[in-house]
Ligand binder design. Structure first.
Ligand code: RB5
Length: 146
């Protein structure tokens, strides 16, 4: 189960991602936005990230205008490792090396074609573990010390 969320700026991209997930038979929970009416991205990030940390969803895909605001907010949720990606390599390696559990996309930055390729590689790339596990554990350690 994938948690999807956006603000108004990311709404149309989120709808494209929904159609993509449906075409692949991947289940999702849509946390909104439900239209292009203005809605603030921090709480939109939290809604989807809460589903990930509670274990109800495996990963989150979050869209706003730049992908940046929603990623900053997502990374404030304990247990979330959110990556704002605009290129294929980053979307792949944030899974391999960072075990990222939230992908953030900027609807005003990249087109839907690129965005869907990033979603695809993000969802289908496993975490590599090994030396990278130690580093992810260090991130968790820092988070737990706050
Ligand atoms: C909304 O206008 C815009 O600020 C938001 O979608 C996002 O780009 C913030 O980082």
């Amino acid at each position: 189960m994938i948690a999807l969320s956006s603000d108004h700026a990311g709404f149309l991209l989120k709808e494209e991602i929904k159609a993509f997930l449906e075409s692949r038979g991947i289940e999702y929970t849509d946390c909104g936005a439900y239209s292009t009416d203005s809605v603030d991205y921090p709480y939109q990030a939290k809604k989807a990230c809460d589903l990930v940390v509670s274990g109800k969803c495996e990963k989150a895909i979050l869209c706003c205008g730049t992908g940046i605001g929603i990623s900053i907010a997502a990374n404030k949720v304990k247990g979330i490792r959110a990556a704002c990606c605009t290129d294929y390599f980053s979307a792949k390696y944030t899974r391999l090396h960072n075990d990222a559990n939230a992908l953030c996309l900027g609807a005003r930055v990249i087109g839907p074609g690129s965005a869907l390729e990033l979603v695809d590689v993000f969802l289908n790339t496993p975490f590599e573990g090994g030396r990278h596990q130690r580093r992810v554990d260090q991130i968790t350690e820092i988070e737990n010390s706050l």
